[in-house]
Design a binder for this molecule. Structure first.
Ligand code: NDP
Length: 330
């Protein structure tokens, strides 16, 4: 039974040596417990924050203890009345091939093979983040211009599509030609810009947003966000979802230095955690499922295979190696 633990706290960008694999006995389910076999592991940028020994909204990971993330697992033995062998469950579980659980926090997911991994993405945490952050804070109106950074990722690709469904002009920023192509061809963005090769991002944004920017859904922070924020309109809304470009900095510069623009434009910049909007999860899930079934919404996944590759897949998030949701299949 392989178990991946945090061996040392990453300094800057995580490297494979920050992780270690231990071998343990496969545990046995006691009364009131289930034995789970890990099937799909979600790797997410926020895990980087939990690898630092600093105060945050979730406790830091402990050294030499298993890492955890959203996992879909199969019940392979059950001494729990609510779960039976063969059930697929979703939970915040450990990076272990096999583990026991008392069932607390586990949710049985419908046995729908077409959608199973979607519960880690569009119908899971990242889809709910996209839906709630955009609708609650972005409050899009028909004809407005929405700019999305990290646009080809798990959250960004859903934000952009919802923006289109709700009648916005949608402009996406992403870091490769393949991603830019994916944004316009598959996700129906009006314009996509490769921020890595575009020599003048501000000029490209100006061309892409002739009526300015009404909503900026920020996944990355840093200089990309500065370029967008300089072009916001009066009463713009800025859902601050994440800042991946800063997560590996030891001491990120304290900003934003964009206050004069926010004042001048009477703009709202609003950081959020998806859990802030738990009251909307049912509505969001019903709506996202309906759009998926109607073919109005689609999703993309980068599937890495093999338990040993979980750390590498996680590191890949900081190198832009994923299109859509990054998932490890065991
Ligand atoms: P993604 O699927 O978007 O994966 C990360 C992507 O970020 C990479 O593919 C890469 O794309 C981009 N990236 C990596 N490094 C940089 C950099 N230095 N500058 C700019 N872009 C970079 O991840 P998620 O969709 O899961 O998460 C997106 C953001 O949303 C993250 O900041 C995350 O922390 C946040 N988040 C917040 C939640 C909340 O509750 N507030 C919940 C879930 C996510 P590219 O090739 O385009 O550079």
């Amino acid at each position: 039974n392989k178990v991946i633990v945090l061996y040392r706290r990453p300094a800057g960008k995580p490297v494979p040596g920050d992780f270690k694999t231990n071998i343990e006995e496969i545990p046995i389910a006691d009364n009131g417990e289930v034995l789970l076999k890990t099937r799909y592991v979600s790797v997410d940028p926020y895990l980087r924050g939990r690898m630092n020994d600093t105060d945050s909204y979730v406790a830091p990971f402990e050294l030499d203890k298993p890492l955890q993330s959203g996992i879909i697992a199969e019940v392979i033995d059950s001494k729990h009345t609510q779960f039976k062998i063969g059930d697929m469950v979703l939970g915040n579980l450990s990076w272990k091939e096999y583990q026991v659980s008392d069932g607390v926090g586990l949710r049985i997911i419908p046995p729908d093979p077409e959608y199973i991994t979607a519960y880690l993405g569009v119908l899971g945490m990242t889809g709910l983040t996209a839906y709630t952050g955009l609708t609650r804070i972005g409050k899009p109106k028909t004809g407005e211009t929405l700019v999305v950074s990290g646009a080809a990722g798990a959250v960004g690709s859903i934000v952009g599509q919802i923006g289109k469904i709700l009648g916005c002009r949608v402009v996406g920023l992403a870091g490769s030609e393949e991603k830019v192509e994916l944004l316009t061809s598959r996700f129906h963005f009006d314009v996509a810009i490769n921020y890595k090769t575009e020599p003048d991002l501000s000029a490209a944004l100006k061309t892409a947003c002739p009526n300015g920017v009404d909503i900026y859904f920020d996944n990355v922070g840093g200089s990309i966000s500065d370029a967008v924020l300089n072009q916001i309109n009066k009463y713009a809304r800025v859902p601050v979802c994440g800042a991946i470009s800063l997560y590996n900095d030891a001491a990120p510069a304290m900003g934003p230095y964009i206050q004069p623009v926010l004042v001048k434009k009477s703009a709202l910049m609003h950081g959020f955690l998806v859990s802030d909007f738990a009251d909307q999860f049912n509505e969001a899930t019903v709506q996202l499922t309906a759009w998926l079934k109607a073919g109005k919404l689609t999703y993309h996944e980068t599937i890495v295979e093999g338990f040993d590759h979980i750390p590498n897949a996680f590191i890949g998030l900081f190198e832009g190696r994923n299109e859509g949701k990054m998932i490890v299949k065991i």
